[in-house]
Design a protein around this ligand. Structure first.
Ligand SMILES: *Cc1c(COP(=O)(O)O)cnc(C)c1O
Length: 449
């Protein structure tokens, strides 16, 4: 059916079809080091593009507000069971449209308007939905933020101090730009010391958590949230998970946290679920328990450590001097280069890594003074330590050859660009996207890969 749709798309809308084919080609031929991305298996994309998308049904399996959900009910139950089994959880909600939606469902369920939450500061690597002023979570709640210590590590003592001073109802542990292991046990002790609920947001590290490469918060936090596409190879979407605290009473003292979260997603903060995305989550959650995913997760961490070491040896400023996860953060202040200049110069050469604010950054959010690199997709492509040394040389070559003219403009010699582009093309050809061999697939279905 999907193949039929693909063929129809080619025939009836060649303009769109060609753009989608161009996108596939771009993904094949660029060295993607965006830390918040992974590549979805073609079978995940097939589920996401399936006719289940035509089902409109509010509510949960067995308790829908619309008819026609007989197979969707089965599929959502399957996704919930697979989520629980993959993460060792006792409760899973697979309906959140994103991790931001998941966080809003959680926070609006636990906090009254004006209620106090404690989370990691945005500039220290936190996420917008952890109480940033730019997010509704910073408007509707009273947000207090902890940060990093001198070494760039989470300042747990300061977090404990802030908890004592502000008595938050919710403490959030989790980050978008933090290269080190998060001590969920320590956070739980801080939460217990003030009677707060601990919410772990593992959006970035869910693939490492599911494979045991990072300690799991499932039984330590009261509630865990994640995105499904950043490291799980799933569709756009989020999950809410709970371990042994699933039947702990919520703030009202009557409902359990599980009951609270069922209502917290629908009807409190979302309407109809996205059935095809839920099918794709079920497929991705089936893949993350396979040995191949475990091997890739191990490679993600090994590669990030190799990349950090090689960049450091080449004289680049690596925040915290290394990494425990998939992420390497570069401080560009010493080079007099902004994050956006680094990002654009690299993109011109076929390498993708995003600008990122760093602690003490004075440049605006669209400019920044840092660069965030990630190894999820490099590991998925099967690259290992020697390729990381190669990648580090390419990164170094571009960053060294780039002369900033201002915070947003730069000069890069054409011969450097051409040499790096050729090297990137070679590397990508030698390490194709997993299961995306173009010769194995009829032309008209390529765009869904
Ligand atoms: C990316 C991210 C989110 C938001 O995820 P979306 O699925 O993009 O809404 C939430 N929390 C953290 C820590 C993130 O890194």
């Amino acid at each position: 059916m999907l193949d039929h749709g693909s063929a129809l798309l080619s025939r009836t809308d060649p303009v769109l079809a060609e753009l989608l084919d161009d996108e596939v080609a771009r993904q094949r031929t660029t060295l993607a080091m965006v830390a918040s991305a992974s590549v979805a298996h073609p079978s995940v994309l097939a589920a996401a593009g399936s006719a289940l998308s035509n089902v409109t049904a509010e509510g949960y399996p067995g308790a829908r507000y619309h008819p026609g959900a007989v197979w969707f009910d089965e599929i959502e139950r399957l996704a919930v069971e697979r989520a629980k089994s993959a993460f060792g959880a006792r409760y899973a909600n697979v309906q959140p449209h994103s991790c931001s939606s998941a966080n809003i469902s959680v926070l609006t369920s636990l906090l009254a308007p004006g209620g106090v939450l404690l989370g990691l500061d945005l500039d220290s690597g936190g996420h917008l939905t952890h109480g940033s002023a730019a997010s509704m979570t910073g408007h509707h709640f009273t947000a207090v933020h902890y940060g990093l210590d001198e070494a760039g590590l989470i300042d747990y003592d300061a977090a404990a101090e802030l908890a004592r001073a502000h008595r938050p109802t919710v403490i959030i542990a989790g980050a978008s730009a933090y290269p080190r292991t998060i001590d969920f046990q320590r956070f739980r002790a801080i939460a217990d010391s003030v009677g707060a609920y601990l919410v772990a947001d593992i959006s970035h590290i869910a693939g490492l958590v599911v494979t045991g490469e990072h300690p799991s918060p499932i039984d330590l936090a009261h509630i865990t949230t994640t995105s499904t596409y950043k490291q799980l190879g799933g569709p756009r979407g989020g999950l809410i998970l709970m371990g042994r605290e699933h039947d702990t009473p919520g703030p009202d003292g009557r409902s359990t946290l599980a009951q609270l979260m069922q209502r917290g997603v629908f009807p409190r903060s979302q309407g109809t679920p996205d059935p095809a995305a839920i099918a794709a989550k079920a497929r991705a959650l089936g893949l993350v328990v396979q040995p191949e995913f475990k091997q890739a997760a191990r490679r993600i961490v090994d590669n990030a450590q190799a990349l950090a070491a090689a960049l450091s040896a080449a004289g680049h400023q690596v925040l915290t001097d290394g990494t425990d996860n998939h992420m390497v953060l570069l401080d560009l202040l010493g080079r007099g280069m902004s994050g956006v200049v680094a990002e654009r110069a690299l993109e011109e050469c076929g390498i993708l890594a995003n600008r990122n604010r760093i602690p003490g950054d004075t440049r605006p959010p669209l400019v920044t003074s840092g660069l965030r690199l990630g190894t999820n997709i490099l590991a998925q492509r099967g690259m290992g330590a020697s390729e990381m040394a190669h990648c580090a040389r390419l990164l170094d070559k571009v960053l060294t050859a780039t002369s900033p003219v201002s915070d947003t403009r730069y000069r890069l010699p054409r011969e450097v660009r051409d040499q790096v582009r050729a090297a990137v093309a070679q590397l990508c050809a030698a390490f194709p996207l997993p299961c995306h061999d173009p010769s194995a697939v009829p032309a008209e279905t390529r765009r869904v890969l």
